[in-house]
Design a protein around this ligand. Structure first.
Ligand SMILES: Nc1ncnc2c1ncn2[C@@H]1O[C@H](COP(=O)(O)OP(=O)(O)O)[C@@H](O)[C@H]1O
Ligand SMILES: [Mg+2]
Length: 500
């Protein structure tokens, strides 16, 4: 009775108090200290400690210690299997030792060197998902009595609490780290690389339009970076924390496109098993990037126009008007003005989408950016494939600079990826690149050449073209040209075409 009155609240109350800390104290060290302090007081122990297992060194170190010698013990590290704590950490089973002097596992070095008298110990493991992460131990009662079995049971509860705290803190750390990595990765993935005047102008235009809700239309060839630019506009504007949703108008037939865009109610059509939220709704507060709008059917064009004019739409099979605050960025590789003139694309929709127009230049118009782009992609692939020392040979760079890149940056990226995979791992050579030099047309068609010289010019170019086409594979090139491989080799030496 007297003992109870000196501790005013019941164990349940105290546990409740602890659970309040766990939800309110965000700092792990502080939390562990609170837990151990509480455990010590509750069991009226003379000293207690919490040791964590270092994952790398596989040694236990003191994370929290109480009692007279708490600062001195912190210096020690304990091997797995060493002493009581080491034994518990190794076996994963709790241990109660009423008299340590009678137990062979007891390693008296620490208590001897700190001068701390120890008689009884209870030690329990801390586990997260079955993995041992440390131990909690208490030493003797304040009144000199040995630790009891009941105390060890209580200690087990505290060890579980502490494990929970460590587990959540690690989880939070991991999530934070992943989140940070992911953000970096996304920013990296969508980074626009290039210093050419043309590109810089495009980027500065993009920043200008980013701050308004104005519809922007991005024109440019396939692979030129239109989607990348749309993402930049989104990221640079006030909607950046809301999603950018991409809808490819070319990918789907009209009926599916409609439900992609507006969503559908359950049972709206055969196969509509559940309600589906459309991209327009998903983009609420953010940006909808409508790619390849030139491919939209007239029916779809009319539906999109209606939404843009009225600001509301209906899910397929639904009758509740839904409004969404969406910024529209669209893109096409077609000559859309011509399509409008030819009445293939609705003029009224064109005006709605084309409030601001940005033209993404083709790669051949920004050739000075090729080295920078190449090294940007190479860095990515080097990392992916673990080829740290890979570089681009001068000849390969020349070849890239000469080439016309009809598939633009996408083609450059793919060409480099292939070269990284197929090459020797040290240096990218011209033949690793799946591209052929632009045709110098009509070789040999010059006045002033002998027929023989003109014939030679033609042969040289013809062979070069075929070798490049077959990625430097002579057998393949010979087969295509319908000649013997040995003959091809002779011609290659004769015309000094070994470099290809
Ligand atoms: N300036 C650039 N810097 C870095 N990567 C680029 C650049 N332009 C295009 N890319 C890359 O090329 C590929 C094609 O770009 P994308 O934006 O999809 O082109 P588009 O939409 O015009 O077809 C993507 O992998 C993109 O990341
Ligand atoms: Mg695209």
């Amino acid at each position: 009775m007297s003992r109870r009155s000196s501790i005013p609240d019941s164990p349940i109350d105290r546990l409740k108090e602890i659970s309040t800390w766990i939800s309110s104290v965000l700092d792990l060290d502080e939390l562990l200290e609170l837990i151990i302090e509480k455990a010590t007081r509750m069991m009226q122990a003379k000293a207690s400690s919490l040791l964590l297992l270092d994952r790398k060194t596989r040694k236990l170190y003191f994370k929290v210690a109480t009692g007279e010698k708490k600062d001195e013990v912190r210096k020690y590290e304990i091997n797995l299997g060493q002493g009581i704590a080491g034994y518990v950490a190794e076996k994963g089973e709790p241990l109660l030792i009423p008299d340590v002097s009678k137990d062979s596992r007891w390693d008296k070095r620490i208590s001897e060197s700190t001068g701390f008298q120890t008689r009884s110990i209870a030690c329990v493991p801390m586990k997260v998902h079955g993995e041992i992460i440390g131990v909690v131990e208490i030493i003797d009662k304040e009144d000199g009595n040995p630790i009891q079995y009941e105390d060890m049971k209580t200690l087990t509860v505290f060890a579980e609490l502490a494990s929970l705290a460590v587990g959540s803190a690690r989880k939070i750390d991991q999530v934070k780290r992943e989140n940070r990595d992911l953000k970096e990765e996304v920013a990296n993935k969508y980074q626009i690389v290039g210093e050419s005047k043309r590109l810089q102008k495009v980027i500065s235009d993009a920043f200008k339009v980013a701050n308004s809700k104005t519809s922007a239309l991005i024109l440019g060839e396939s692979g030129a970076g239109k989607e990348l630019l749309a993402r930049l506009i989104h990221r640079a504007g006030p909607r950046k924390d809301k999603p950018i949703i991409v809808l490819n108008c070319a990918a789907l037939p009209e009926t599916l496109l409609e439900s992609e865009l507006f969503g559908h109610e359950k049972g709206a059509f055969t196969g509509a098993m559940i309600r589906k939220i459309g991209k327009f709704e998903l983009a609420d507060g953010g940006t909808l990037f409508m790619d390849e709008i030139g491919e939209m059917t007239p029916g779809m064009q009319a539906k999109v126009l209606r939404v843009l004019e009225e600001g509301v739409f209906y899910r397929v099979g639904g009758n509740i008007p839904i409004s969404a605050d969406v910024r529209i960025i669209s893109a096409t590789n077609r000559d859309i003005a011509k399509e409008v003139a030819e009445e293939k694309f609705r003029e009224d929709l064109y005006y709605r989408l084309n409030v601001v127009q940005i033209h993404m230049p083709a790669l051949r118009e920004m050739k000075e950016d090729i080295p920078l782009l190449a090294s940007h992609f190479l860095d990515i692939f080097k990392q992916e494939k673990g080829l740290q020392h890979l570089r681009v040979s001068e000849k390969a760079m020349e070849k890239m600079l000469e080439y016309n890149w009809p598939g633009n940056v996408r083609e450059l990226r793919n060409a480099l990826e292939r070269a990284v995979v197929m090459g020797n791992g040290r240096e990218i050579l011209p033949e690793d690149l799946p591209i052929s030099a632009p045709k110098k047309s009509h070789s040999g068609m010059e006045v002033g050449l002998t027929l023989k010289a003109a014939e030679d010019n033609f042969k040289k170019e013809f062979i070069t073209l075929n070798l490049q086409h077959s990625g430097g594979n002579r057998s393949k090139a010979a087969k295509i040209m319908g000649i013997q491989r040995t003959y091809l080799s002779r011609l290659i030496s004769k015309y000094r075409l070994q470099e290809i």
